[in-house]
Design a protein around this ligand. Sequence first.
Ligand code: TLP
Length: 344
Amino acid sequence: MKTIDLRSDTVTKPTPEMLVAMTSAPLGDDVYGDDPTVNELEKLASEMLGKEDALLLPTGTMGNLIAVMAHTTPGQEIILEVNSHIYLYEVAGIARLAGVQARTISGNRGEMMPSDIEKAIRPDDIHFPETGLICLENTHNMAGGRVIPLENMKEIQELAKEHQLPVHLDGARIFNAAAYLNIDVKEIAATVDSAMFCLSKGLSSPVGSMLVGTCEFIEKARKLRKMLGGGMRQAGVLAACGLVSLRQMTEQLPTDHHNAAAMVESLYETGLFEVSIDNTHTNIINARLTVDGWTAPKFVGAMRENGVLANARNEEVIRFVTHKDVTLEDIREAVIRISHILKA
Ligand code: TLP
């Protein structure tokens, strides 16, 4: 029985082009700044995102942490959405390592209202910490890969400018957002001061994320990356894959989105899940199990026994993620296996 892995787009294997590119990439020592393949990737990423400079990092988590550290000073407060990845899933690195306090705002499916942000910006008062940064996330993971509208990001940008605050985007899946909106990724990046995006998710690289921003910001970030132990040497073997990601793999994302929409429809037809086609913008599906006697973790265990892998969000919701290593046929097969479990 073939295993159908819908746990995350992080499970994607490198493409054959990546494996070839790794073996032929010119290499150097990136801590000395002389790995030509890393330099080429950083140049391409900054051009594609429309920012002055870029930095290759091992993970998105490190990219977000470094962005927070570079934009703030310890003791400040940062504003972020209550279900954001930085707040929920990055091991409180912002508290422990950046030394900042999180001020969370409840969004509407990941989207923060500018008026709520404005209320959270601290006025000058001897008792208060200083607000140092606003963080956004697009696509929004916990909101089921929902795309935050560009208009909302522009309004937040205006507000941040009025208060002289920087804005950082956790754009782990920024290319999915751009594909959904059918716009150049530059348009999204133009609404923020810095952005992190992942090469290792739908873009299929084995390892790697990028941070983009001004030259001054990236210079600071480079030093912080070294401090955190992320200064890699012949990182060109990874950058070679990243170049394939940026040149070829963004074309895969509309297929992943189409497959997710097809899966939502099939899950809906089983009558066993609450799913929303309107909220499934990209490659992430939040499916609420509506069968008595089953919890999401228990069901995830039963799916595993039937060769379908997914993650439970909580007691009720299961997350499925589509990506290049699952085909439409795999998805149809997964839903057949799922309905068999529940009907048995
Ligand atoms: N998300 C992973 C898990 O950590 C949950 C996943 O499978 O979705 N920002 C966002 C929005 C993310 O979804 C992730 C990874 C990250 C940052 C962190 O990236 P990595 O895993 O490279 O540290």
